[in-house]
Ligand binder design. Sequence first.
Ligand code: PLP
Length: 420
Amino acid sequence: MSFIDTSLRQTDPEISKIIEGEYERQTKTLVMIPSENYASRAVLKTMGSILTNKYAEGYPSERYYNGCGYYDMAENLARERGKKLFKCEHINVQPHTGTSANLAAYFAVLDIGDRVLGMDTAMGGHLTHGKKLNFSGRYFEFYNYGVSRKDERLDYDEIRDQAKKIKPKLIVCGASAYPRTIDFEKFREIADEVGAMLMTDIAHIIGLVCAGEHPDPVPIADIVTSTTHKTLRGPRGAIVMCKQALASKIDKAVFPGTQSGPLMHQIAAKAVCFREAQSFGFKEYQKQIVRNAAVLAETLLEEGFRLTTGGTDNHLMLVDLTDKGLSGRDAANLLEEAGITVNKNSIPYDTKSPIVTSGIRPGTPALTTRGMKEDEMKIIGKWISQVLNSPRNEDIRLKIRGEVEELCEQFPIYVDINQW
Ligand code: PLP
């Protein structure tokens, strides 16, 4: 053998140690970041396979490289399974990330400087929905809608008024931190009234949509983008779905518009995850995510925390820590010491900067993958309360860290890391 063909432990003990350390973290702590999950062994195996070795620029049967027979088969399977799962007219499975999917969608239907209306990042939208520092805000004339001061929910009348004034070419809906159901029909009506196209970014809620736990934008929107690694529990990556009339524009915008060589190991892993998502167990999993989030929210409310909008309809919630005298950053750091990983997050009309914030954004997809249910959510909600109500008490954090490890042992993820 003229190349190094030894185990990772032998070839690179330093990286191997890092992976082992991270494995410990993922197995012995509570992962409550709502955009994270545990991909299955089958997905991980495909991601780590020899499919990473080849260039396959182009699309099935139209590749720019020879030797792509098996790659065509994999991409066709991903497309067929995706179309069946999401009931869409067309799907492109090549976007490397959610950001690349949104870039391609804009590239397909907008010109530089076109007007777009999207949700403000500070109110729950994503960077790619028009943040000034992002390509979206830099190259397009983005205007932002937010949530109402009154109830922290989307105010469709207000959005309609804004759309009428701005006359955008495209309206983008979807969010990274919105705990309530999004009314895609209302967005469609608004888009039609002002002659705009409608794009929905369902990166966070796609799994819920598949299981009927959130209304489905696929029949309604012109373009739907999503990541595959959040509630869908697949490989890190993304997809773009659209009506047949836009298929060619979308495909050209992905390749050669904004990407070249597709990540074929990732595309094959998307096919695996679409297959997993067609099982009955997956629907039940999504329902449990929502039930778990409802119980966690209820527990936090009982413990005296304020949740924006008063609760949640989906997989996440936003906890306002203003009256606890804690910033989101401090709260997330305290919880990490207790073995509970959440992320700090701005709340609507936050007075603190995005790196400090007044809130945290706990979610239930990863805990639910481990098999945790309502009883565990009640225990975890109380642990969060104890840690945040006693920020100066290190002993409480240490005690809870031990209890977290005991709970985690009862809900293992991957049985043996060495079997990969
Ligand atoms: N869109 C939404 C709504 C998101 O929440 C995210 C990621 O958090 C993205 C797009 C971007 O995905 P990625 O991080 O894969 O680029």
